[in-house]
Design a protein around this ligand. Structure first.
Ligand SMILES: Nc1ncnc2c1ncn2[C@@H]1O[C@H](COP(=O)(O)OP(=O)(O)OP(=O)(O)O)[C@@H](O)[C@H]1O
Length: 319
């Protein structure tokens, strides 16, 4: 039976580098006479719509494959698209990393050389003895806005969300991405965020326990160890255990102390510090008491107080 591929491409990922990646892939697909169709996003939100459309029209055979080309934000959009639809179909996702952070690719050790990754996806999907792997994705209900959304990597409130916001709006990001120094814009934003971010009260409830953390600086929920393009914030987070991992870092002292905590985080010794709180559970309820930035997979959630219920759901991926 013939395999067909639907590619959802975000040409704007990595400040336009993904468009070049796609050109190279398209040439290969044509040369190899692989049957495919492509949908290139014109604006944020398009990938979600294309993914919904794929699920709605997908016949019940497993010869039709959905491949996402872009960064973590693009993958987030695709995941939300396939889950938004009312159908109970579980659509496996294939992902070809072409973004700046690529934390999903890092977590699952995906090949980041585009042609190699494409060949792997074709191999995986055409080998009838292989199955997609079910791994954890985060699902959160925003009680204030009555919405339900999904994330592939992490959801953050406070310092890392502010850093995401500053990076996304940084004029340097584009330039540095073009030079291949995309990470530098993230580091510059970290320093800016350090001078802006204040602490906020957070209430964490899990397994019938509640903890109140009045001086929260950073709060990250994650399916796997990485945030921000390779910062190993929770080395022991397991993306296959049907549990969600949470880290909260409080700031009760000076900026110097904060820098020390962040430095300890980079070398993986932060868990032992009293300001660092680490949890793993099947479900969390989280409430913040001040206006804060939020993000999910680097996609901005706006600035507001948060009242979230977060758990995990398995999603099949061609890894
Ligand atoms: N055609 C488009 N033009 C502008 N922005 C787009 C377009 N299509 C999608 N987007 C938006 O581009 C943003 C960035 O995408 P994405 O996160 O995939 O790339 P990235 O930021 O380079 O990579 P990473 O998240 O891995 O660091 C997303 O918010 C997405 O909604």
């Amino acid at each position: 039976m013939t395999h067909r591929y639907t590619f959802l491409i975000n040409p704007a990922a990595k400040s336009g580098h993904a468009a070049d990646v796609w050109q190279e892939l398209e040439t290969y697909l044509d040369d190899e006479k692989i049957i495919f169709e492509k949908f290139e996003s014109q604006a944020p939100g398009d990938i979600t719509k294309y993914a919904q459309h794929f699920v709605q029209r997908q016949p019940t055979n497993n010869q039709d494959h959905l491949v996402v080309v872009g960064g973590d934000g693009t993958l987030n959009e695709a995941l939300n698209g396939i889950r938004d639809t009312m159908t109970s179909k579980m659509v496996p996702l294939a992902y070809l990393p072409a973004g700046s952070g690529n934390d999903f690719a890092r977590a699952y050790q995906l090949d980041t050389v585009p042609i190699n990754r494409l060949k792997k996806i074709i191999n995986l999907t055409q080998n009838s003895s292989l199955e997609p792997e079910f791994v954890d994705t985060g699902v959160y209900i925003d009680r204030q806005h009555q919405t339900k959304r999904y994330f592939v990597n992490n959801l953050g409130i406070g310092f890392d969300a502010l850093t995401v916001n500053l990076t996304n709006h940084s004029y340097l990001k584009k330039r540095l991405n073009r030079l291949g120094w995309g990470k530098l814009s993230y580091f510059i934003s970290i320093f800016k965020a350090l001078s802006i971010q204040d602490t906020f009260p957070l209430e964490v409830t899990w397994q019938k326990q509640t903890e109140y953390l009045p001086h929260t600086y950073l709060m990250t929920l994650s399916n796997h160890p990485y945030i921000g393009g390779g910062v190993e914030i929770m080395a022991d987070a397991n993306p296959r255990d049907a549990k969600i991992d949470l880290i909260v870092i409080e700031n009760t002292g000076s900026t110097l102390r904060l820098l020390y905590i962040l430095k300890q985080m980079i070398v993986g010794k932060h868990y032992r510090l009293p300001e660092v709180h680490r949890y793993t559970a099947e479900q969390f309820d989280l409430k913040t008491g001040r206006l804060e930035y939020g993000h999910a997979d680097g996609e901005e959630l706006g600035t507001h107080t948060f009242d979230l219920s977060v758990t995990t759901q398995k999603q099949p991926f061609w890894l």
